[in-house]
Structures are given as C-alpha cells and as structure tokens.
Design a protein around this ligand. Structure first.
Ligand code: NAD
Ligand code: GLY
Length: 354
C-alpha cells in the first residue's frame, strides 16, 4: 500500500493506492469519516454494473447507510441537468451535513459528484474512488470540480478538496485500450513537465502491459507530482498552470473535432508534441524533444499531430479583434522534466502555429 498526504492547511487528505483496495473502502472511509451515518454514491452506467457489487458491501459492513445514483456514462452527463438530478436524489435520501458523497468512476463522475458535494447544503464531505487512469493520476487529486455549459467545458465549478482518495489499480483492468491511452497522455505529461527520470522510466515501458507491472509506482509518482503542485498553488494562479502543458493546443484540437473526433487524451498527446516543436522553434526547447515525446505516445496509439486551421487555433487561444495585442502564457519545456511558462503575444503564437 502506498499513501500520500496532500497537506493543504485545514483541508489535508490522504491518497491511498493499493491493488484490491475496493474491498477495504469501508474501513478506510470510516476512519476518515468517523461520524458519518450515510454515504451517497455516484457512479455511471458502465462503472456501476462493474464495481458497485464490490464496493457497497464493505461500505455497509463499516456501518454506512448507502444510496446509489447512476448517471449515463460519458461527458454529456457533466451538465446542469444531471447536477440538479443529483441534488434532488440527495434530498430524497435525507442527506445531511454530517453525511458524505462518494464518486466512483472516471473524471466525469468525479467532477460532477464533487461539484454536487461542494454545493449541496453549502458543502458536504466527499470521497473520490477514481476508476480510470486519467482520474487516478489527475482529476481525483487537487479539488477542481465542475460541470460543462453550452458555452464550454468546466465553466461552472469550484475548488472542493476531497476528504480521501482511494485508488485501486485493479479497476484499470476493465478499461478499453483507448481509455487507458487517454490517461497515459497525462502520465507522460508529468514526466515532461516535472520529472525527467520518470520520463525515462516510461520510455523503457512502451506498452500497457509493461506499465501495469509498475502501476502502483506510476500512480504514486504522478499523484506525488500533482500533490506538490497543488500544495504550492491550490487556486491555479501560478505553478499549477504547468499542468496545462499540451493543453492549449489540445483544446484547439478538441474543438476542431467538435469534441467528437478526438478524445481529450488524444488532443493533449498531439498538443504536447506540437508544443515541444513550438518550443524548439522559439529557442526554448532542445531539438529532438518532440521526437522523444512522440516515441512514448505512438506505441500507445496516441496521435502526435492533428489537423487544425488558423481560425480554429485563433478561437482556442482567444485571439479575436479585441484580443489581438494580448499576451498568452504557453507552457514550454526547457528540458524533459522542466516546464516553464512562456509569455508571448497571441498573434505571434498564431503565426508560429500556422
Ligand atoms: P470518463 O469519466 O468519461 O470515463 C471514460 C469512460 O470509461 C466512461 O465511459 C466510463 O464509464 C468508463 N470507465 C470508467 N472507469 C472504468 C473502468 N474501470 N472500467 C471500464 N470502463 C470504465 O472520462 P475520464 O477520461 O476518466 O475523465 C474525463 C473528465 O475528467 C473530463 O470531463 C475532464 O474535463 C475531467 N478532468 C478533470 C480534471 C480535474 O482536475 N478535475 C482533470 C482532468 C480531467
Ligand atoms: N488538470 C489540471 C489541474 O488540476 O489543475
């Protein structure tokens, strides 16, 4: 078992990583929430049938009364309609401020259930039990919770830290390859921005099977890096922005594909390679870095470039007539393992990209 503590003053919490941990969810939740009578479990229509039968008995054995609310699997559920439905179900259940919400699923469930927990009764405790690689290495840690609006992704949300994060790497066994690869894009990102030795470690394990042999170490390393960033900059005004490496261009690619053609992980993968190329053209990133990143991503089936027009890049970087002179901070690599913010005029960035 590996445990990390996110040491945010007054809101500290543990991240526990262990194969088979679902079976111990009850005792660990009880330790963290000694006085909570009820748990409101949110899951989705794929994860529920796979894992509810594993997790509900240990939660009830630890003395919790439970209710389950299942949302349809997929990003479309991260919406105001599902949020309102969760609030009403929580009230039907009789949730009080001494109870807690449990998010069992990927980033969609975590973001939605977390936002519901942050807002119901002006905020109740919540526990993250992430079941995708992306949710384990990224979205379950750090307290960003949100829903999407018609105007864009994650536009209504909060910072609401969980009380506990429980990761069972065995849950990754049921992920489709493409969903596993999406999470690997974020895993590779940590190596790129903060840990060159971890990047080399990943380069020596170029397949899902090889990564799974070392999965506890991979999860621990990624969560530890995110912990350090979040402890320094919980509210995303400085160092946390380094986590956006590959994401500015990635957002352009996601948008260009109308959020249907490319998954977030695929878009971030291409975004990282293109950001490395951009950095090299700007004299910040050593030549060859983009190829080294691509060599990790390609065996996982992730793309290293995605077609995108000048208009699509301009929209994604917020370059309109009003913003033509405005600056943007893009995250570039000074080396593998060392990311830096790089300020430049948006118009100059667009010129470099097209
Ligand atoms: P997801 O939650 O939609 O999960 C992907 C798919 O995998 C879903 O169909 C889900 O039902 C299925 N699934 C989940 N666990 C499974 C398992 N163990 N076995 C089989 N299938 C399983 O997507 P995701 O990639 O986990 O998360 C993406 C979301 O996370 C986006 O909404 C994104 O905005 C958000 N996100 C949030 C943060 C944050 O800091 N809060 C960070 C990154 C991403
Ligand atoms: N996923 C980026 C962040 O948590 O800040």
């Amino acid at each position: 078992m590996k445990t990390l503590t996110v040491a945010l003053p007054g809101r500290e919490y543990d991240i526990v990583i262990e194969r088979g941990l679902l079976d111990r969810a009850g005792e660990l939740c009880r330790k963290t929430l000694p006085g909570a009578p009820r748990l409101f479990v949110v899951t989705d229509s794929t994860v529920g049938p796979l894992y509810l039968k594993r997790i509900i008995p240990p939660l009830e054995a630890a003395g919790f009364e439970t209710a389950v609310c299942e949302i349809p699997a997929g990003e479309a559920s991260k919406c105001a309609g599902e949020l309102a439905r969760l609030w009403e179900c929580m009230m039907d259940f009789g949730l009080t401020r001494t109870d807690a919400v449990v998010a069992l699923g990927g980033g969609v469930v975590g973001d939605l259930a977390g936002f519901a927990a942050a807002t119901i009764l002006r905020g109740v405790a919540f526990v993250q039990i992430p079941t995708t690689l992306l949710a384990q290495v990224d979205s379950s840690v750090g307290g960003k919770v949100a829903i999407d609006l018609d105007h864009g992704k994650n536009l209504a949300g909060a910072f609401w830290q969980p009380k506990l994060v429980l990761m069972d790497p065995d849950t990754l066994d049921t992920l489709p390859d493409a969903t596993f690869a999406d999470g690997m894009a974020e895993v590779v990102k940590y190596g790129c921005i903060l840990d060159g030795a971890f990047f080399s470690f990943l380069a020596q394990r170029p397949s899902r099977a090889a990564i799974m042999v070392e999965i506890e170490h991979v999860l621990y390393t990624c969560c530890n890096l995110k912990r350090m960033v979040v402890e320094k900059d919980e509210r995303d005004t400085g160092k946390r922005m380094l986590l956006n490496f590959g994401h500015t261009l990635g957002h352009a690619y996601e948008k260009a594909g109308h959020y249907e053609t490319w998954t977030h992980g695929q878009a971030v993968a291409a975004g990282m390679v293109q950001a490395a190329r951009l950095g090299t053209r700007l004299g910040v990133t050593p030549a060859g870095t983009a190829e080294e990143i691509a060599a990790l991503l390609t065996p996982l089936g992730l793309p290293t470039s995605i077609p995108c027009t000048g208009e699509e890049y301009a929209a994604a970087i917020g370059l309109d007539k009003k913003g033509a002179g405005a600056e943007i901070s893009v995250i570039l690599l000074e080396a593998l393992g060392k990311a830096v913010p790089h300020k430049m005029p948006k118009a100059a960035l667009l010129e470099e990209l097209t």
